[in-house]
Design a protein around this ligand. Structure first.
Ligand code: SF4
Ligand code: SF4
Length: 463
């Protein structure tokens, strides 16, 4: 059935859920149905553009999420171009020795990297960057730059998995003040140097949950507690302090917190106003912190101070700029709909996974990658995409070629046909938002299903 010919009356949400008096609600339902019948009598069918689907996906970002999505798509028989800006795959997980979710993280990553290497369907482009994306769902033209050369790849779907990076804010420097990500690389290897220390202080939320970076990075607490537990396992007599604002060991990670307490890790809370003061005195860190329970400041002189930095969404901001995508107030990529389309981007045919979307753990990034690959695979399984229902169209006789709609369209779905001197609509890109109809000074731009005839036919009954 032509979806343009379908008229829906929403009796549940607009009637039974909002009216207590059933008789009045029934009367309203009758009128609304009558209006819909009148509208159905005048709606018309439209010729629609069909979009041929290029059976190839571009995955941007070769971290664990990007690799996972690429493998899933390749396993479905689809060609994948995996674009990685560095010279190796793995992203932030590449030399991370352990995770609180996967004890043998290197094996997990190696397995995935081997699957990429062995796949005949995945073509990896290292040291490559996305320069531009044109086209629409089913037929994108992705321009990739590498070694000073540019190449355009045709793809039906795009998955963005550019990840986030560690936000290393300014801090006192000393060989005894170490970022958590560096500390764990040493701690978990045989013959660890840092494990020879006798006292350790971990500061959580360094550079996170501030005015500039208001979000919680979700993984630093659990990572830090895993390291604190490892220190206690190697040297049960060591002194381990964790200075925290809130412990975000959500879900089953709460066990890390209870285990750390049982192992003798001492937790001291601080807030933004009483942020621990860090100095280096006699080559050793000196941390002054105020305990809110005792309401007293005290000093710690550990062998090692470990700083748990949060996530920096700069890669998401950069790709959003290149692809003209929306970002959230936390500067991550914004999905089309948080409940119903959580891995879809507002532009049809584009999907997001991993920490480009929001702070998440490795297992959550992998899960989101499976979801994004499933969504992209569904689109790529079709030979043709129909235009969506309710797109804009232009009345040729009324259009004065003023181009206001072209500038106003937030999805770049309008272009000027200079031969005909009228604005045209790329139906596969149009989201039916109606912005062009609002700005058109001549009433030349209309939305299918919301034309004057349709609306007035309904109003005749309702008024
Ligand atoms: S309805 Fe929205 S997306 Fe479609 S052409 Fe008009 S402004 Fe662009
Ligand atoms: S705003 Fe209206 S009149 Fe101007 S180019 Fe667009 S459709 Fe034509």
């Amino acid at each position: 059935m032509d979806p343009e010919m379908l008229t829906v009356v929403n009796i549940r949400e607009q009637l039974s859920w909002v009216h207590e008096k059933s008789v009045a609600a029934t009367e309203k339902a009758k009128v609304l149905i009558e209006g819909a019948v009148e509208k159905a009598a005048v709606v018309r069918s439209y010729p629609t553009q069909r979009q041929k689907v290029v059976k190839r996906a571009v995955v941007i970002g070769g971290g664990i999420a990007g690799i996972t999505a690429a493998i899933d798509l390749a396993d479905s028989g689809l060609q994948v171009e995996l674009i990685e800006k560095t010279e190796s795959l793995g992203g932030r997980v590449l030399d991370k020795p352990v995770s609180y979710e996967a004890e043998d993280l290197p094996s997990l990553l190696n397995e995935k990297m081997k699957a990429v290497r062995d796949s005949k369907k995945i073509h990896v482009r290292f040291n490559s960057e996305i320069k531009q994306v044109e086209g629409c769902a089913g037929d994108f033209q992705v321009t990739v730059a590498a070694k000073g050369k540019e190449e355009t790849i045709a793809a039906g779907a795009i998955i963005i998995a550019v990840g986030a990076q560690e936000e290393r804010t300014d801090h006192e420097t000393s060989e005894r003040i170490i970022a958590l990500s560096d500390f764990e690389k040493d701690l978990f290897k045989p013959g660890s140097l840092v494990a020879k220390g006798k006292s350790f202080v971990f500061i959580l939320c360094v550079g996170s949950r501030t005015e500039e970076r208001p979000f919680c990075s979700r993984v630093c607490c659990s990572d830090a507690l895993l390291n604190a537990l490892k220190v206690k396992e190697i040297n049960p007599d060591s002194d381990v302090f964790v200075l925290y604002r809130d412990i975000m060991t959500y879900g089953f990670n709460e066990e890390l917190y209870t285990k750390a307490r049982d192992a003798g890790v001492i937790f001291v809370r601080y807030d933004l106003e009483t942020y621990p003061k860090v100095e280096v005195v006699d080559s050793r860190p000196k941390i002054t912190v105020r305990d809110p329970l005792l309401n007293e400041a005290f000093c710690l002189r550990p062998d090692y101070l470990v700083l748990a930095f949060g996530m920096d969404p700069s890669p998401a901001v950069a790709i959003a700029k290149t692809l003209n995508l929306r970002i959230t107030e936390d500067l991550f990529l914004e999905e089309a709909n948080v409940k119903f389309r959580p891995v879809d981007l507002p532009k049809d045919g584009m999907y997001v996974c991993g920490t480009a979307h929001s702070p998440m753990s490795i297992s959550e990034a992998i899960t989101s990658a499976h979801a994004a690959a499933a969504r992209a695979g569904t689109l790529l399984s079709k030979d043709y995409l129909p235009a969506r229902s309710g797109v804009a169209e232009v009345n040729k006789r009324r259009c004065s070629a003023c181009e206001l709609c072209i500038t106003a369209c937030p999805f770049e779905a309008r272009y000027m046909d200079y031969d005909e001197m009228i604005a045209q609509v790329r139906e596969h890109i149009c989201q039916g938002c109606g912005t062009c109809t609002a700005v058109c000074p001549n009433g030349a731009s209309t939305l299918r299903r919301y034309e004057e005839n349709d609306i007035f036919a309904m109003l005749e009954v309702l008024t």
